[in-house]
Design a protein. Structure first.
Ligand code: MG
Length: 713
């Protein structure tokens, strides 16, 4: 007899990864179907169109203990496969999240009370409403902040280019076929500032959503998103609680707001429709010209292609361009209130292609990567004359789904669609068999008590798992800042220029803020030993950079280093700054030389491979080099001393210094496998949600904007 709260194992086949079998807690409900949280369907690859799943009830306490401690859903949120979550917010909750956190979403008191009623963590105290008169109104962001645990992050909303990409411009692809334009629905390209008019800059500061809408980029399974950060900072129960609370909150709100899409969402205005028709007519004319050219033997042969291949390639390019152009104009015509566009922007369902196919033009149908082949004698269908190489006879569907397809177009569409079905079936069978052979070959391989990896014969495959002993679940990609940095900037940021008369000021500029206490610079200049140490520190940074980017042996030969590393240093430092209020108005009283010594002793303590023989020393060196480089870069003396401290915050009971884990606490080979967390407590109820000092925090959050920050008092 299974009761509420029992632990069971749940499985959906094919079991392709470890998240295909997870343990759940039972809630007995009427009717004979399994019901499960939407967010857990992603790792199972499950939907509700007739899927079958199996539930196993365990028969011993040991099994139950293992199941709940190793394979529970909460413990499988972050996957070791790619160091990122496999579960996120999906479907209607995701769709609702964006609307809920929009700038113009306000909640009346009755709605607010009903929302907090669903939260376990509600303390009985509502935040001060954002608008007081004529009636109290709360923003969706305020309500969202009620359930956000105490952490900080910043990113762009869905569809925004990453900061990196923005600086370097769009990535160039060498793909022969033109890739569809990236989805920029609702995110104007000219919006490049940190503060975004479209509210696409997401900033969460100490558990408060300051700006930005939460969409797939933040709430999805992406590395460094809300789910990932909460999982790393607050553990399995923290992330479980967040997903649950978020779903209850947003689902209740969207239930009362309602949402639907209809034909009306797929109709563009008259001018756009004219544009689309003109674009497609133009391209058809262009293809006609190409056909004539080919028939008159005037077509140029492309290198490596026959004349027919060159012709087909040209035609493809013209038609693809037409489809993209028509699609873009269709997408641009849609208003902010369009429900399909809203779904695509949020990332919950649909894509740019879907929008353009519904509104503008379905586009070229392909079979085996080519235009529809001649199945009859010299023609595709009896509807066409023989030897017709034009777009229509070879499967170009110029109509949209809204306008409807002609019988010929419908047939071509069915041909192209069928290939997709066959592909799926064949791929499933093939990958399934590959998977089976791989699993068979590696089924006995485990990490043993001493960190070695051995097979069922007891043969050692690796002396240290992954040769660095790191647990992939705990890793996050972290940028080693000085690798790939311009040498001038690197010197500015890291080198102590004792000879500079303005040494000790930001950027060695006479008007720069001093980052050392007065007199310390002079003191340093007179100390040859300290000078030598600091010089060596800088030399080491240069050496790290040289080794990591070595064109032959370096792991980051391309010049950009963001290796998966344990301990999120940025977050840890920011959190520590918040916990130990530093007087922001004064320059740091840290002596650079002390920082160098502390960092060195810290690195000495991180021993992954013990032993003094040559092999052990080399193994230790190899296992730690990336992480040490990261630490040396993050904790470089000039950077640490010059780091802008954040303004002190109101202290909470939870903010005890003891809550800060020592750096390196998550090093998986150390005896205590503690998480890289700064506050491991699973309980993160917020006493209140104030908006005071938000602006000051916003500035303090950004090292990059330090030069633009308001002057220190
Ligand atoms: Mg299904």
């Amino acid at each position: 007899m299974v009761e509420d709260g029992d632990i069971v194992m749940f499985n959906r086949q094919p079991s392709l990864h470890k998240m295909s079998i997870m343990s759940h807690r039972v809630k007995i409900m009427p009717y004979s179907t399994f019901r499960l949280n939407l967010s857990v369907t992603t790792p199972y690859n499950a939907d509700f169109d007739g899927d079958e799943m199996n539930l196993h009830v365990m028969q011993s306490m040991e099994t139950r203990a293992e199941a709940s401690e190793i394979m529970s859903v909460a413990r499988c949120v972050v996957s070791p496969q790619s160091n990122k979550p496999v579960m996120g917010i999906v479907q209607d909750t995701l769709l609702g999240s964006r609307g809920f956190t929009k700038r113009d979403t306000f909640l009346r008191k009755d709605m607010m009370m009903n929302l907090v009623m669903h939260l376990d963590t509600f303390t009985g105290k509502l935040p001060v409403p954002a608008i007081l008169k004529p009636e109290p109104l709360w923003t969706g962001k305020q309500a969202q902040s009620l359930i956000l645990p105490d952490f900080s992050m910043a990113r762009f909303a869905n569809g925004r280019p990453d900061a990196e990409e923005r600086v370097r411009g769009p990535r160039r692809t060498a793909a022969p076929r033109a890739a569809p334009p990236p989805c920029r629905v609702g995110h104007p390209d000219d919006e490049t500032d940190e503060l975004s008019p479209g509210d696409t800059r997401v900033v969460i500061d100490r558990g408060e959503l300051l700006c930005g809408m939460l969409d797939k980029k933040s709430l999805g399974t992406g590395a460094g998103g809300v789910i990932h950060t909460i999982a790393n900072e607050f553990g399995p129960q923290g992330v479980r609680a967040f997903i649950g609370a978020h779903q209850r909150l947003v689902n209740y709100w969207i239930l009362h707001r309602s949402y639907s899409i209809g034909i009306g969402d797929t109709i563009a205005d008259a001018k756009t429709m004219d544009d689309i028709v003109a674009t497609i007519d133009d391209s058809k004319r262009e293809v006609k010209k190409l056909v004539e050219k080919a028939q008159n033997n005037k077509l140029e042969c492309q290198p490596g292609r026959t004349i027919l291949e060159s012709f087909e390639n040209n035609v493809n390019q013209v038609l693809n361009k037409a489809r993209d152009k028509a699609g873009t104009s269709a997408q641009k015509s849609l208003k902010e209130t369009n429900n399909v566009k809203n779904m695509v922007t949020t990332g919950s369902k649909g894509s740019f292609i879907n929008i353009s196919q519904m509104i503008a033009c379905v586009g070229q149908q392909n079979v085996e990567g080519k235009r529809i082949p001649y199945g009859f004698l010299n023609r595709t269908l009896p509807h066409f004359t023989k030897d017709d190489y034009g777009p229509e006879s070879r499967g170009f569907v110029e109509n949209s789904y809204l306008r409807g397809l002609t019988p010929q177009e419908f047939f071509f569409h069915a041909m192209g669609g069928r290939e997709g079905l066959i592909d799926t079936a064949v791929k499933t069978a093939e990958t399934g068999y590959i998977q089976r052979r791989l699993v068979k070959a590696m089924e006995g391989v485990t990490v043993k008590y001493d960190g070695t990896v051995r097979n069922s014969q007891g043969e050692v495959l690796q002396f240290l798992y992954g040769e660095d002993g790191m647990d992939a679940v705990r890793l996050e990609n972290q940028k080693i800042a000085h690798v790939g940095m311009h040498i001038d900037k690197l010197r500015k940021m890291f080198e102590h220029k004792f000879d500079d008369p303005n040494y000790g000021r930001v950027h060695e500029s006479p008007v720069g803020q001093p980052w050392m206490r007065p007199g310390l610079a002079e003191e340093l200049k007179r100390d040859p030993l300290a000078k030598e140490e600091l010089r060596q520190e800088f030399e080491q940074l240069l050496e790290d950079r040289r080794l990591l980017t070595d064109p032959r042996l370096g792991p980051f030969a391309k010049g950009k280093a963001d290796p998966p590393s344990p301990v999120n240093m940025n977050r840890l430092l920011r959190k520590a700054q918040g916990l130990y209020p530093v007087d922001a108005s004064n320059p740091s009283d840290l002596k650079p030389i002390d920082i160098v010594k502390k960092v060195r002793s810290l690195l000495d303590k991180l021993v992954v491979v013990k032993g003094t023989d040559a092999l052990s020393v080399e193994a230790q060196y190899n296992a730690t080099y990336n992480f040490f480089s990261l630490l040396r870069s993050q904790l470089a003396s000039k950077r640490v001393a010059g780091r802008a401290p954040r303004p002190p915050r109101r202290r909470h009971a939870r903010d005890t210094p003891a809550a800060v884990a020592p750096v390196g606490a998550c090093w998986s080979n150390t005896a205590s496998r503690r998480r890289p967390s700064t506050g491991c407590s699973a309980r993160w109820s917020r006493a209140s949600c104030s908006t005071d000092a938000s602006r000051a925090r916003w500035w303090a959050l950004w090292p990059r904007s330090r030069s633009a920050s308001p002057p220190r008092r």
